[in-house]
Write a protein that binds this ligand. Structure first.
Ligand SMILES: [Zn+2]
Ligand SMILES: [Zn+2]
Length: 232
């Protein structure tokens, strides 16, 4: 039901319900790859019912404008990231480790700005928008980051966690801090967001980079970070 597209920098997910929903859109230039993946599943561009962004960073929202143009589907984002999407910039991105510093030059770029069609808040009903999932606000990586919780125990969590090294090339199921935090002092906010996902009995976490992550791995990771959480 959830298909993961491993694009150059970040993952894009296609969730097939009554109509396919595209969750995140990759960096600028990714729309043709997403349309090709949809075609492979037998879908025309006009079949897409919704384009949902987990947050407004260039590696997730970068092709939202192009994909909307190609499909006619509405774009939805949480109001916490609305200003970034409207400006086409990433806001503040503080790298959490060496690999993040290396990737910053690829990720921290302007992207085509966009006025979304739907602005979500913490209580928005995704089912009314054609996605059979619960919305959970999971701030920390950006203030408007959201996770999507499915009844079967799967969740798409955007960048609240990352899987493995080199975008998941190595150890892709090992939980790691996201590449960037809005505020490095706010690790506790990320911890709380990860905990909120676990509290909803999620078993498998689909991340924006690498992954997926299993619940036991994430539980272990969170317990460890809380024990040693002094510096990144
Ligand atoms: Zn991000
Ligand atoms: Zn990302």
């Amino acid at each position: 039901m959830i298909t993961k597209l491993n694009l150059t920098i970040a993952n894009v997910y296609i969730v097939v319900g009554a109509r396919p929903v595209v969750v995140d859109t990759g960096a600028p230039g990714s729309a043709p790859k997403i349309l090709a993946a949809l075609a492979k599943q037998g879908f025309q561009p006009a079949d897409v019912g919704l384009i949902l962004l987990t947050h407004a960073h260039s590696d997730h929202a970068g092709s939202a404008a192009a994909l909307r143009q190609a499909t006619g589907a509405p774009v939805a984002i949480h109001h916490g990231d609305l200003a970034m999407l409207r400006r086409g910039d990433n806001g503040r991105m503080l790298p959490t480790d060496f690999e993040a510093r290396l990737s910053q030059r690829f990720v921290d770029k302007p992207f085509p700005a966009l006025e979304p069609d739907i602005v979500l808040d913490n209580g928005s009903d995704l089912r009314a928008l054609g996605l059979d999932a619960d919305l959970l606000p999971t701030p920390g990586h950006s203030s408007g980051s959201i996770s999507l919780l499915f009844a079967n125990g799967d969740a798409i969590v955007g960048d609240i966690l990352r899987g493995g090294l080199m975008g998941g090339t190595f150890l892709s199921s090992r939980p790691t801090y996201p590449f960037f935090l809005y505020d490095l002092a706010d690790k506790a906010v990320i911890h709380a967001s990860v905990q909120a996902v676990l509290d909803r009995r999620v078993q498998r976490l689909f991340t924006g980079h690498g992954g997926p992550l299993s619940r036991p791995e994430v539980e272990r990771w969170l317990a460890n970070q809380r024990k040693h959480s002094t510096s990144l």
